[in-house]
Design a protein around this ligand. Sequence first.
Ligand code: C2E
Ligand code: CA
Ligand code: CA
Length: 284
Amino acid sequence: MTRTGEARLLSGFETALAEHRLHMVYQPKVALRDGHLIRVEALVRWEDPELGAVEPSRFVPLAERHGLIDDLTQWGLRTILKQWRRWRDEGIETCVAFNISALSLEHLDFPDLVERMCRALDVPTDQLVLELTEGATQPLIKLMDTLTRFRIKGIGLAIDDFGTGYSSLMQLRQLPFTEVKIDKAFVADITRSRDCRLIVQSIVDLAHGLGLTATAEGVETIEQLRLVRELGCDLAQGFLISQPLEPSKMGEWHRSFRSAWPKMLADDDLELWSDVEPDALGQR
Ligand code: C2E
Ligand code: CA
Ligand code: CA
């Protein structure tokens, strides 16, 4: 991005934050055992009047670079906790997952703040999950104290995009995670590639061995859903199950998904790997 491009994006983002022009959408994660809604992941959206829809993968790193990430984190948390309260009042029971930048975890008092915010809205801390991705500059291991404080309060911790980038096996052993989210790159190729199936199976076994929940991200087809289920993943998330939704659509989605779920699993004899192309090794 050029300097002027970045400056323009930055001033637009500052205005959006100040004028409450950001909003959250929510993507359901369901249990592969029975299709029940287990949690929703909050994903931030920014529609700029001039720039149009700007993707979080552009403006979250921008906020990190320019000291605005804590403002984004606090706005995000307030927004999702208030929405969560509304759902609970409407009888929609779900846990909520929130993406958090490792930079916001550098403050040791942050877990107390989150707990106070949950208490103020009477939402349970033990049904909140924070999703973390390790970046090049903030190894998660440095955040051990903050992460432990979250766990003491019952707040769950998911390691996001597992298997790519900087996430490592050592972190799984040393940090108090509760969930592993298998990156969508592996799920995308799972029906075509034996290697991907092996990797997913190994991550699931590893997660279960360590007592963690294994979630498959980016499930887009029925074949992928059935395969990740067969490989033992606990939860699934992706466009097949639902696009990220406006909060008012959650009740409607929930009703229609309940009737769609049995059909997704029907015809169990389907040969899932029938159109598998051989991997480099020529094996299935
Ligand atoms: P992520 O946490 O890995 O989020 C999943 C991304 O995959 C989302 O993109 C989602 O819309 C997309 N996705 C969901 N299902 C599918 C699918 O079936 N196929 C494909 N191809 N994609 C799918 P999104 O919303 O653009 O978010 C991108 C990233 O931005 C997120 O990746 C997360 O790291 C970050 N992010 C989003 N919201 C927030 C936030 O409120 N705070 C922070 N710090 N980061 C956020
Ligand atoms: Ca995430
Ligand atoms: Ca992810």
